[in-house]
Ligand binder design. Structure first.
Ligand SMILES: Nc1ncnc2c1ncn2[C@@H]1O[C@H](COP(=O)(O)OP(=O)(O)OP(=O)(O)O)[C@@H](O)[C@H]1O
Length: 262
């Protein structure tokens, strides 16, 4: 593991767990039983620092999605510990997990997952409404900041079908950021975008880290996308092969060499 010091300061973290947004210890996930058992994760130890943009890379089947789902409380590990924002996920029932995700976790998906009948603005405030939070005071300030950072001010009245793919993904990012979650998980967020829109979306994700102090974890197959991140976790065979802090392009390519990335 690379242990070099980050070149820019790591901001203060989510409440209750200074410096670390999410932690995994001895994380395993086995699908099926007996001869049919698939060991998707084989003992992952990982600390994801707050206020950083981390890319998760690795060959197809190396466990990227499983790791993200376990960290986000969308899948239950077979063994091991997950903590997000200083809270252990083990022992939370479905209702508690749903409430926890609503408050502390944001998601950005490859397919945008916007509600087509709602305007961009209505999609963005949906998580606030679900959490019973009113668009006033500091919540309104945060909303306005997110809308401006993502350049969506003049698109709020448009429905998703009236927006380009890149604009739709920016709305999805705003929706993920508006509640000020401890961590945002982005699963192949540029998988449905052309290269120009991809660059734009990745630039906005990076700005959300730099300017809003957000923590973003992004699963990607693309070296170009990973180059926007501060840090890169390389998985292989269900384990962390490398955790690169502020890698140069050459260091990243060298770390991935030998790990066939789809
Ligand atoms: N529900 C499931 N049942 C059985 N096996 C599964 C299940 N989900 C994932 N797996 C297996 O677990 C391993 C890890 O899968 P995972 O989807 O996490 O990998 P990945 O790195 O995200 O792959 P990709 O890059 O192709 O999306 C794979 O061998 C996969 O086939």
């Amino acid at each position: 593991m690379t242990t070099t010091t980050p070149s820019h300061p790591v901001p203060a973290a989510a409440a209750g767990h200074p410096g670390t947004a999410a932690t995994a210890r001895g994380l395993t996930r086995v699908h099926g039983r007996g001869d049919a058992a698939v060991h998707a994760l084989r003992g992952v130890d990982l600390d994801l620092p707050a206020g950083r943009f981390t890319a998760v890379m690795g060959p197809s089947g190396s466990g990227k999605s499983t790791l993200m789902h376990c960290l986000a409380g969308l899948d239950t590990p077979t063994s091991g510990i997950v903590e997000v924002a200083g809270r252990a996920l083990a022992g939370m029932d479905d209702t508690a997990l749903t409430l926890f995700r609503r408050e502390h976790v944001g998601f950005v998906f490859q397919a945008f997952n916007l509600l087509p009948m709602l305007s961009a603005g209505q999609n963005i405030v949906l998580p606030l409404e679900l959490a019973g939070r009113r668009l006033t005071g500091s919540v309104k300030e945060r909303h306005d900041l997110v809308v401006d950072v993502l350049g969506l001010r003049d698109r709020l009245g448009h429905r998703p079908a009236e927006l380009s793919g890149g604009q739709q993904q920016r709305v999805a990012i705003a929706r993920a950021l508006v509640t000020e979650p401890a961590i945002v998980f982005a699963d192949e967020p540029t998988g449905n975008l052309d290269s120009a829109a991809s660059a734009e979306v990745l630039g906005f994700l990076r700005r959300s880290v730099r300017e809003l102090g957000q923590t973003v974890v992004m699963v990607t197959h693309e070296l170009d996308a990973a180059a926007y991140a501060d840090d890169v976790v390389v998985l292989a065979d269900g384990a962390v092969r490398r955790h690169l802090v502020d890698p140069t392009a050459d260091e990243l390519v060298a770390a991935l060499r030998g790990e066939q990335v789809r």
